[in-house]
Structures are given as C-alpha cells and as structure tokens.
Design a protein around this ligand. Sequence first.
Ligand SMILES: C=CC1=C(C)c2cc3[nH]c(cc4nc(cc5[nH]c(cc1n2)c(C)c5CCC(=O)O)C(CCC(=O)O)=C4C)c(C)c3C=C
Ligand SMILES: [Fe+2]
Ligand SMILES: [Fe+2]
Length: 339
Amino acid sequence: MAKKGVLLVNLGTPDSPATADVRKYLDEFLMDPRVIDVNAALRTVLVKGIIVPFRAPKSAKLYKAIWDDQTGSPLKHYSILQHQALQQRLGDEYMVELAMRYQSPSIESALKKLKEALVTEIQVIALFPQYASASTGSVHDKVMSLVKDWQTIPNISFVNSFHDNELMIETFVDNAAKYQPETFDHILFSFHGLPQRQLKKCDHTQNYCLKVDGCCNTLNDTNKFCYSAQSHDTARLIANKMGLSREQYTVCFQSRLGNDPWVKPYTSEIIAELAKEGKKRLLVFCPAFVADCLETVYEVTTEYGDEFKALGGEHVQLVESLNDSPKFIDALEKMVREN
Ligand SMILES: C=CC1=C(C)c2cc3[nH]c(cc4nc(cc5[nH]c(cc1n2)c(C)c5CCC(=O)O)C(CCC(=O)O)=C4C)c(C)c3C=C
Ligand SMILES: [Fe+2]
Ligand SMILES: [Fe+2]
C-alpha cells in the first residue's frame, strides 16, 4: 500500500569540524538569500570575501569542542534519533525522511526517496518552533523549488510554526525540573537572534513591528507570524506552566552576526546586567532549538557561562533541548496524525 510521506528538516551542520567542511557549510548557509537578505552582489562580497574566510577557522574550533568522537555533531545526532523514533511511532502507514537545509542529508535526496516510494502526500515539518523567513521560510522555499519540476506533485503540506505546542512546552518544563528551578536567581529564555530588518519585513502592515511599544509582548492578528512575538509566546507558556512571575524571567536573543541591529535584548547584555545586580545562578532555556547544538552546548554553557563568571556570577545552567525525549516525539506524532 502507498505510504504517506513525512519530511523532517533541521538547519544542518558541517560534515566534520575540519575548517574546510565548516567553510563549505557556512558558505551554503550564508549565501541563502533568506539568511543574508541583501542583494546578490553584496551578499557574495560579504559572505565569500569577509564572513566565511574569517569565521570558518574560528567556528571550526568551536565545532571541535562540541564534536563527539562517536556521534559527531549534536544537532545531527539528535535529528537522527528524532527521525528514528518518529518512524517507529508512525509505523508502516508512513515513510519518514530526515533532511538538513544545508549540507547533508540534503532536502533533494530525501525528497527523491519519497518520490521513488510514490508517497501519496508529503508533510513537511521544519524543526523550528518559531517561524522565521531565514529558517522555516527557507526550508519551505527549497522544498517548493525542488517539487515544482516533478511531473506528479502529491498533496504537500507545511507546518508554519509550533511555538505554542503543548507537548513541546511540557517537555521543556519537564527537562528543567531536575535542576530545581526554584534554586536559581533568575531564568533566561534565550532565543536565536534575527536581524531587526527581517522582523520588519514580516510585518505586512509596516506599521506595527518595532514601531508600537511592546509590539512583541502579546501575540495578535497583526504579529502572529513574527519570530520575536512567537518567541515571547513560547517563553510565556513555559513560564506560566512553571508558575513563574514576570519578574523571575527575561526573554533575550543570542548569536548576532554583523553590525546591523538584531532583535533585542541581547543575551550577553542581559547576563552582564544580572551579574551586576548580584545574581549568582542562572537557568537558561533555549526554546528556538529542538536539538542541542553549537548555540546551546557551546554558546550558552561555555561562552555565556564564562562571561557571567568573569562578572561575578557563579553558574549558568542550560536546560537541555527537546532532543529525543518521548514527549517531544509524541508532539511530532500528534502533529503528523492531526494534520
Ligand atoms: C532557530 C532558528 C534559526 C534562525 C532563525 C537562524 C538565523 C540565523 N543564523 C545565522 C547565522 C548562524 N547561525 C549558526 C548556527 C545555527 N543557527 C541555528 C538556527 C537558526 N539560525 C542553529 C540550530 C545553529 C547551530 C548549527 C549547529 O551545527 O550546531 C551559525 C554557525 C555557527 C557559527 O559559526 O557561529 C551561523 C553563522 C544568521 C545570519 C541568521 C539570520 C539571518
Ligand atoms: Fe543561526
Ligand atoms: Fe514584533
């Protein structure tokens, strides 16, 4: 019997932590017009002439620090576990394929397998809880550009975002429980950053985002696709489930690139402020990621941990990502079955 297809797509990671592989990865990633969203000539000069040559050797050192001898990149390792667990849950009725937006396995090769199996439909799940053109949008763009040339195009559906998915929220809360959140001085929800320019582009009114005070603090009909507003919503849902008051947590954004303004407040500035206020122990959630990766394992634990300690703080504790926790696999299974 023909199966239903599911395509899970995460961002991607270098094939190895060698500088040449990191260069290849950064080159493909940053030449994506949805990521560095300037005109093609300027993007080429910036990416190939400046960012990649300088960043690749530095990033390679960071990747070496998080690379596991047996399992390699955490992002890929957990993506593979998520793929296997979801396939097992969904059984023979479904064919689940895993792809990475950049590097391997490619979206092209995963779609080819689904096409050859003559699946009756394809559900595309970009593994980013909050929608951004640079992440989810780019995955959808790539899938559409490949499928448009097929003779027979099956039913295709896209999950735009799942920032408020109840089982996902519960998984983050469960993961935090073992650290006894009440023993920390403050809780951070640190999301991946995004250039402010890209937030404004998503505002179809051009009158709301970053123009109205506290534009992202509530999710409404105008900002329902805004990455920052969805991030605030995810944080609020986790905080409410944990019974936190508004003063006990801060939403912030990490990993800036370049000199343009990115979504604020920046995690590094918040960490410095908290250290100045005498806070000693921070518990950090990274709810923009479904799998631990460079941005969580290295940036939060090592970089922000060192920064905080240098300013008088004592400990930064990362709450691990969703990874292959059974409840997150429940969330994915429910998403597929109820679509
Ligand atoms: C959560 C979704 C992500 C968005 C949105 C996003 C936007 C974005 N990222 C960069 C630049 C870099 N990101 C890097 C790593 C990285 N980014 C995400 C996710 C999102 N990025 C993940 C999951 C990872 C980790 C990958 C891994 O292998 O572990 C990097 C590479 C690392 C480094 O060199 O520091 C860069 C560069 C931009 C410019 C951008 C939006 C415009
Ligand atoms: Fe990124
Ligand atoms: Fe906004």
